[in-house]
Design a protein around this ligand. Structure first.
Ligand code: SAH
Length: 259
């Protein structure tokens, strides 16, 4: 069987217990070498073959998975963060189905969560933004036109931009075509949860300069939005004037209440 496992954002203790156990039991491991922390390979038993998929094509990965399956073992296909984001897993799953090879998925902590932890932020602040757009710039690999940064930026909500740290000039220009201004807060989070993690606060207007100043051009996320300014309304959920299924409030924060 093939287990797709989310490795988490970098810190080797941020893989799930299930993911670590699968790695310990694996008879073969194929990991996404460019971003998975090699320290995670410490979970793998001695003598187990380990392949770095950064040097392999889809065909070569499938060949390894197929051979391991024929030998009757368990294979871990280790992806950075959570496999469901920019993991190119769908094509592997479909090809495994075609070959009759069973697979399952163990989620991981995505880097957008690791970046929030590194920056100490909440993406969904009451009165500021209740939506997070996860996207990326079009680069050597395309993004559908209707999802251009400029069009998504119309919402002015929290944005987390993957795979774009090498295109900060263009990213900044596209963000400014939407609802953001040059002063809208932004942050570059480099290698969140790795020992070399860096969090650089800047604005939409100074993104490219911040990238140059701090030598960040890859393995980073760009966070954009007013959530970074930490000005917000307090939550209703924990307000003494608001009732929930578990707690009775005095009604002052309910619609029509005194607040
Ligand atoms: N599946 C992964 C994303 C893979 S795409 C996930 O859930 O996080 C690779 C991109 O993810 C990188 O270019 C970078 O933008 C981002 N990324 C991955 N790990 C990161 C980390 N530790 N810190 C900041 N960005 C990271």
């Amino acid at each position: 069987m093939v287990h797709f496992v989310g490795a988490g954002p970098g810190g080797p203790d941020l893989i799930t217990l299930r993911g670590a156990e699968l790695l310990q039991q694996a008879d073969c491991v194929v990991y996404a070498g460019s971003l998975v922390n090699p320290a995670l390979l410490g979970f793998v038993r001695e003598g187990v073959p380990v392949y770095n998929s950064a040097h392999m094509t889809l065909e070569q990965v499938l060949e390894v998975l197929e051979q391991a399956e024929r030998a009757g073992g368990n294979t871990v296909r280790l992806h950075t963060g959570d496999p469901c984001l920019y993991g190119a897993v769908r094509e592997q799953m479909d090809q495994l189905d075609r070959r009759g090879i069973p697979w399952d998925v163990t989620p991981g902590v995505s880097s957008f969560c690791g970046a929030a932890a590194a920056a100490g932020v909440e993406y969904t602040l009451p009165g500021v933004s209740q939506s997070v757009i996860i996207t990326r710039m079009a680069g050597r690999t395309p993004v559908p036109e209707r999802e251009s940064i400029a069009s998504l930026a119309q919402h002015g909500c929290t944005m987390v931009v993957f795979l774009s740290a090498g295109m900060l000039e263009g990213l900044s220009a596209e963000l400014l075509m939407g609802a953001y201004t040059p002063d809208t807060p932004a942050a570059l989070v480099y290698k969140a949860t790795w020992p070399e993690e860096k969090v650089v606060h800047c604005t939409v207007g100074t993104l490219a300069q911040a990238g140059r100043d701090h030598h960040i051009s890859k393995t980073a996320l760009v966070l954009v939005g007013d959530f970074l300014s930490h000005q917000y309304q307090r939550s209703l959920l924990y307000h003494p004037g608001f009732s929930t299924e578990y707690r009775t409030g005095d009604g002052s924060a309910e619609p029509g209440g005194s607040l």
